[in-house]
Ligand binder design. Sequence first.
Ligand code: HPA
Length: 275
Amino acid sequence: MDSRVKKIREAAAFIKENIGGKTPEVGIVLGSGLGKLADVIEAEAVIPYAKIPNFAKSTAIGHKGNFIFGKLAGKYVCAMQGRFHYYEGYPMEQVTLPIRVMATLGIKVLLVSNAAGGLNQSFSVGDLMIIRDHINMLPNPLIGKNFDEFGDRFPDMTAAYDLNLIKKVESIAKRAKIPVRKGVYLGNTGPSYETPAEVRYYLSIGADAVGMSTVPEVLVARHCGIPVFGMSVITNISNTENACTKLNDGDDVVRAADAAADRMCKLFTKLIETL
Ligand code: HPA
């Protein structure tokens, strides 16, 4: 067997044993802003990544490293409390391993969240943005021998973000009177923030928000045929000029993401209710 597939199956088998053989219906990547959702899950099992065979340890600020299994809005879910970022130095295979593990465990849908810089100058700090599409500026995690067990060599990305899930969240947000934006997320490697020249460039190619995650996970989930919903919390507005005095800062990002947590958790919980 392909050694990469063996690693995925070993990790999934370890988890399956620790969750009494259950099958999670929904996979959630709790990025910045969605960490609080972990408190709402009626946790039945919390498995540190460090204990799972073949998993790496997460080191990014504001990110813990656990898989949480339990009930949320009546569904048995599997939530990643903390993710692996390419800028931490992990190869793409490690960054996306948990997604293939969740696929092996049987999730039917993947929900992802992140903190992002607002390229779109009409955005404000604290805005929530439904990701309607992405631009990938990271190495593609599907490069290399295809995982035939999971999907096709050349997966289509016409609707990387599920249109029905987007519609559902738009109507949930309207009913709950939670304002939401919709836009294109550009995934960068980081860890440096963008220069104003890069910001102007990314705006010119149609991006609304920029971040350092999510795209690899979405590409791998879509390769597995799993529908995806994604949301960004806008934690800072990108500088378009060098003279700007408001510099980007990791602590501001965490603070702004925390401030949006209640709204984001409400939308995700209500979405899961409908699944
Ligand atoms: N750029 C990239 N990633 C980010 C940003 C940003 O401005 N804010 C939060 N994550």
